[in-house]
Design a protein around this ligand. Sequence first.
Ligand code: MG
Length: 350
Amino acid sequence: MLLVDPGAYAPGTLDLAGDPELRRYWLDLFRRHTGDLVAHVASEHPGEPAIVEATRRAAAAFLAHLDSVEHDPRARFDTLTLCAERERCLRAARVDDPFARIKARENAAALELLPGVVAAIDSLDPRDRTGTLVRGIFAGNIFDLGSPATAALFAAGKTSFHDVRERLAPRPWRVDDFDVLCERIERGVLRALVFVDNAGSDVVLGIVPFVRELLRAGGDVVLAANATPALNDITHGELGPLLDRAADQDELLAKSLSTRRLRLVSSGGGLPLLDLRKLSVELRREIAERPPDLVVLEGMGRAIESNWDARLRFDTLKIAMLKDASVARRLGGSLWDLVCRFEPGPSPRS
Ligand code: MG
């Protein structure tokens, strides 16, 4: 429904079974992350042995799955299927959302910074504003507990939104279509569909100010968040109350929500990656009834790992920070490089 050629679409574009080095890299990474996940739940839930024990059971089941695909020469797998299996193991052990508490804390902290971030953006000229908004999306996207590189920065207290935004790589970025994006935004966006990524600074300080600018220019915006938890991604259920709190301090957001120019629709997803063939019924209906003229895929998992090669029927912005060395290498870049790729949709007559 969003894709130019659904038959050619492959969201797990890395077939890890076919590349021994890449396969070792990702299996190691998933194993290390699983250990970190158990430690995270233990530190978030002191005095609650039942959830820690359940997480250990889920971790053991997932590690067994990693062992089995590693030793089965016929196994075909990629980061998408491994992420799906990890969530399946967690749910089977009745671990609903290991990151719920940290997401709530980071949302609250980011909400406190939001009025200042928005006021500073409002004081800029339009083009500087777009630049600051785009750099805000990059900076907010650093709150990512799925990537060992960013999780380590977070643990060391080095993910402050303003500091990260200051220290971002200068232009030109690894993929830099910023000027085309500015022209596109200046031409006017009627309806944007934004697939959001993480909780905290990512959605509150990166996405909300960007979306607010589209609303201010007269556009409508649909925010599509995951239906079910995956790592520290914001879920559809969390996004509603979070935006209500943001709207308490922001008239434009409040008005946009009440007039439904800003709408929240579950994406149907439950992974840190995005399979565009598996959108929710509500989102498919929304797209059919009110086709977007700009689709935003935000974050490394959605924009790059699963949809880098996907051609959409609409103008598309793929925007992310490269938070994994192997994904960065795939784009000829290195860790912390920035990607702002704008792809025009096929013209109506083509
Ligand atoms: Mg994420």
